[in-house]
Design a protein around this ligand. Structure first.
Ligand code: ZN
Length: 262
């Protein structure tokens, strides 16, 4: 029989867990897994045998009263979180569910960037694998990394006044709130709506391909993928039928400025 302490090792008084999963987690499971890792973060191994203990009572014995109090606590806390959370920036946007889930964790500051992983006791190089020069954090990777900056500059070239403000943004949420809501032809309005999401999502995918599959970061490829995602996500809108993908690529700047037939 395995003991709990067989699943981790202690380095400098921090426990590093070695949970071998038989398959990869899907997005929803990955969020639960993150929660589990956050709970395990505070564990310290002690000598002796493993035993079950109910942490809400001093003696370690389960009581209904303590469980009731716990549930009440949780409810109060989740109401507080729900009130703070920018729902409109995630759930009201017309993007695939997996992308919404990703933004949900990102806006909560829980994306598995290396700073967050190291915070949980993992030992990974803190360097951003995209630029190899500064430490990776959510705001660095998606906004202020030299590669991210170049991408945002190109993607917003139709409205050059927007780009400089990116450097003063402290969070993804701030950037999404500052992002303009465009008027004009519906295709223009819709592209503007999903574009920051497509950009951040594509940077994340390419960053992961670099780390896990050793693929190079190629700016032009990322730009193409952003436009492809925008086009693909627009598929849920019936009006997309009036356009062709080639047209989007050829007239990107004009569409972004609203200078296109509707
Ligand atoms: Zn970087």
């Amino acid at each position: 029989m395995k003991r709990v302490s067989d699943l981790g090792s202690t380095i400098d008084q921090n426990v590093t867990w070695n949970l071998r999963l038989r398959r990869y987690c899907n997005e929803a499971e990955a969020i639960q897994m993150e929660g589990l890792m956050a709970l395990l973060n505070n564990v310290v191994f002690e000598e002796g045998v493993d035993f079950w203990s109910w942490e809400r009572e001093r003696g370690g014995q389960f009581t209904v009263k303590s469980m009731f109090n716990r549930l009440q606590d949780l409810e109060l806390r989740s109401v507080a979180i729900l009130r703070q959370f920018p729902f409109k920036l995630v759930w009201k946007i017309d993007v695939p569910l997996k992308v919404k889930l990703f933004f949900w964790t990102t806006l909560m500051g829980r994306t598995l960037t290396v700073d967050n992983l190291n915070h949980r006791g993992q030992q990974i190089s803190p360097l951003c694998q995209v630029c190899n020069s500064l430490n990776e954090s959510i705001v660095h990777l998606f906004l202020h990394c030299s590669v991210a900056l170049e991408i945002w500059k190109i993607i917003t070239s139709a409205t050059p006044e927007l780009y400089p403000s990116i450097v003063i943004m402290d969070s993804i949420e701030e950037w999404l709130v500052a992002w303009p809501r465009k008027q004009g032809p519906e295709i223009t309005v819709r592209i503007w709506q999903v574009l920051p999401y497509a950009t951040i999502w594509t940077i994340w995918k390419n960053r992961n391909e670099k780390i896990f599959r050793n693929k190079d970061i190629v700016k032009d490829k990322i730009i193409k993928e952003i436009k492809a995602s925008v086009w693909y996500w627009l598929g849920s809108w019936i009006g997309r039928r009036r356009y062709r993908y080639q047209e989007l690529l050829m007239s990107w700047d004009n569409i972004m400025k609203g200078e296109i037939h509707s």
